[in-house]
Ligand binder design. Structure first.
Ligand code: SF4
Ligand code: SF4
Ligand code: FES
Length: 237
């Protein structure tokens, strides 16, 4: 039987890679490999997933050096020579083995005012936002984020300055800045225009290259920079 050689990061005793041999299967995903190891070889291996279909964003890991969603990553695409190295996401503290603590990642969504604030009540009719309008198209381009953290783990500015809000939180802020129903746009722009906000991005685009949902946080961050510059010129920042 064809076997894969899989190095997996284990966090005990200061951390290190342990090598496992896993049977090769057709259409096998990296998450299938990790699940096999946990069920058949290493029952105390810590890892996380929920949906297995690219919806929940919980299964992201570093696979052969790159952050990826493991449930939609086929072994055949990434295991050159039948070898895999699987580690937790970068830029986040490790709880155990392949499980990272996502608290700082989601705290930054809150810092970037990444939640919707509307003015209408349930007694009013639905707001109608024209699908072809510029704002709606800009918001739609970034709205399918699943919060997987792949972009955040791939961003070297986050590595250099851990207070940087990062691509996902800024992408979320950008979608809301383009939502004509939201009433907290001035506060949000102030929140993302600070030192640790959009101006820290060097626009080289690792986040965009790696995002499994084909979102471009780089483009959204560039939009935030333009908005912040305009507001500063008008004296609104
Ligand atoms: S383009 Fe900006 S947000 Fe994206 S990885 Fe680079 S520095 Fe980070
Ligand atoms: S922008 Fe893409 S890579 Fe980043 S958290 Fe959202 S889905 Fe994941
Ligand atoms: S397990 Fe839900 S996105 Fe991979």
């Amino acid at each position: 039987m064809d076997m894969l050689e899989v190095k997996v990061w284990r966090s005990q005793d200061g951390g290190g890679f342990i090598t496992y041999r896993v049977p090769r299967q057709t259409s096998q995903t990296v998450l299938d490999v990790v699940t096999y190891i946990q069920r058949e070889l290493q029952p105390d291996l810590g890892y996380r997933y929920a949906c297995r279909v690219g919806m929940c964003g919980s299964c992201a890991m570093t696979v052969n050096g790159k952050a990826r969603w493991t449930c939609r990553t086929h072994v055949g695409k990434v295991a050159a020579g039948g070898k895999l190295e699987i580690a937790p996401l970068s830029n986040l503290p490790v709880i155990k083995d392949l499980v990272t603590d996502m608290s700082s990642f989601f705290d930054k969504w809150a810092q970037a005012k990444g939640s919707f604030t509307g003015a209408q009540t349930r007694h009013e009719d639905f707001a109608r936002v024209e699908p072809s309008s510029r704002g709606r198209r800009a918001a739609d381009a970034g709205i399918e984020c699943i919060g997987c953290g792949v972009c955040y783990a791939s961003c070297d500015v986050v590595t250099w300055r851990p207070d940087y809000l990062g691509p996902a939180a800024l992408n979320r802020a950008w979608t809301l800045m383009n939502d004509e129903r939201d009433i907290e746009q001035a506060e949000r722009l102030r929140a993302v225009a600070g030192d640790a906000g959009c101006h820290s991005c060097h626009t080289q685009g690792s986040c965009t290259e790696r995002c499994p949902k084909s979102i471009s946080p780089t483009a959204g961050i560039a939009g935030l920079k333009r908005m912040a510059a305009k507001a500063a010129m008008k004296g609104d920042l």
